[in-house]
Design a binder for this molecule. Structure first.
Ligand code: SAH
Length: 414
């Protein structure tokens, strides 16, 4: 096996169990390696530290599989790690019964570059690094063994693969014919495509795992969607960046008076409306759909003097890294400012950022700026009533703060 020697002092982050080794930390590499191969990581003084996957194309030159320098990285390693990740989720009561569940959350489950989401009888796998890519077969087999799912679909088409020099890979890894109940799920949503239906807090949602965002659904917002259901009763709700209407349908289920949902994506809105139809218990006359740019439409709503009692802002990632934080900050401020202006007295704003480059503290500062500007003429006060985060199947390893990407605030105005 090849040996990766670190520059003096660069072992510190490894000793703190951070899994990334940037190009600047690498002093030399001895031995022949191909992308994704396992290397021994040693300090400048020659102390064995860890085993990692080699990613020559990326600025993150190696990602640590194990902080036990003796641990063999083989099929059995993935089997252990994946079984443990599945068991951790099974041990949390709020996750145990979920039909849609993140099984593997990359670094925070000790598996950099590996994401796996389970939707009913199907596991959707996304591999984003050379190391993860190399172990595809072992990872898929281990997922099959740990879950019993005989349908594993790969969605390795994330942009970040380019940074690793990897092409897109999509398609079935394992596709056993469905059990009878599973087949019915697929038939119900209209046949031809592969999408399936999961239930979340009593609401049925179609998941387009072939063409949808990420692996098809934003599982990380599960708890926050439930919170919206709790808050929605009797309120007029505005759901911005609604995608397939997760928050919107929870608001309807919670008894919202009316729910206006906006997204710029026509296909997402088509699924959103199909999702509503999958739930005959929800009143479609209370749902209004707008294919629109949120930045422009919020201004239009303000200009028309519209008012809402509960607004959800769940935009896409505006900053991919800290370097883009400033531009992202302007975008966050803009939508939060206009959303706050649209709130009726006593109204609630649930606002999120999923940008890794914008930390919770910075996000709060941005929203504070928006609230100051929004309230300057009217002396309205804005209070945080709850801090929000991703669901428990998206854990954050304390040693890996980069994993803490989703943050949100529930605000209440006078
Ligand atoms: N809240 C959703 C996930 C939102 S994902 C859920 O719980 O499932 C972000 C969404 O924002 C995507 O559907 C994307 O189409 C949409 N989007 C991105 N930029 C937009 C813009 N400028 N205006 C409106 N929608 C936008």
């Amino acid at each position: 096996m090849a040996t990766l020697t670190l520059h003096p002092g660069k072992e510190k982050s490894v000793l703190r169990r951070h899994p990334w080794l940037f190009s600047g930390a690498v002093a030399q590499l001895d031995g022949r390696v191909r992308p994704g191969d396992t290397v021994d990581v040693v300090s400048y003084q020659g102390r064995a530290l860890a085993r990692a996957a080699w990613s020559p194309a990326s600025q993150i030159r190696a990602r640590i599989w194990s902080f036990d320098a003796e641990e063999t990285i083989d099929h059995a390693f993935f089997k252990r790690r994946i079984a443990a990740a599945v068991a951790r989720r099974a041990a949390l009561p709020e996750l145990a019964g979920q039909q849609g569940l993140r099984l593997i959350h990359a670094e925070s489950d000790g598996l950099p570059g590996v994401m796996a989401d389970r939707y009913a009888d199907t596991v959707v796998l996304q591999l984003t690094t050379a190391g993860a890519d190399k172990w595809r077969a072992a990872i898929a087999d281990s997922l099959h063994k740990a879950t019993g799912c005989a349908r594993i679909y790969e969605r390795s088409d994330a942009e970040v693969r380019k940074l690793e020099g990897l092409d897109c890979v999509t398609g079935w890894i394992l596709n056993t014919p469905r059990f009878p109940g599973g087949a019915k799920l697929a038939d119900e949503v209209g046949g031809e495509d592969e999408s399936l239906v999961i239930e979340e807090h009593g609401v049925r949602m179609a998941v387009d795992f072939v063409a949808g965002h990420k692996t098809g659904f934003y599982l990380d917002q599960r708890d926050n969607r439930r919170r919206v259901a709790e808050l929605a009763h009797g309120r007029r709700v505005l759901n911005c960046f609604c995608y397939t209407a997760g928050f919107s349908l929870q608001a309807l289920a919670g008894g919202a008076r009316e729910v206006v949902s906006m997204d710029s994506s026509g296909p997402a809105l088509a699924i959103a409306q199909r999702n509503l139809a999958l739930n005959p218990q929800l009143d479609p006359s209370r749902a209004i759909w707008r294919e629109a740019d949120v930045f422009a439409e919020l201004r239009n709503l303000c200009a028309r003097g519209e008012r809402f009692d509960l607004i959800v802002l769940d935009p896409p990632k505006f900053a991919h890294t800290a370097a883009h934080a400033e531009r992202a900050a302007r975008a966050y401020k803009d939508i939060n400012l206009h959303a706050l202006q649209l709130l009726a007295p006593g109204g609630l704003l649930m606002t999120f950022s999923c940008s890794g480059g914008v930390g919770a503290e910075l996000f709060q500062k941005i929203v504070t700026g928006a609230a100051l500007d929004a309230g300057s003429s009217t002396q309205i006060r804005t209070r945080i009533v709850q801090r929000l985060q991703g669901a428990a199947d998206h854990p954050v390893d304390l040693a890996f703060p980069e994993g803490d990407y989703l943050k949100g605030l529930l605000l209440q105005v006078d």
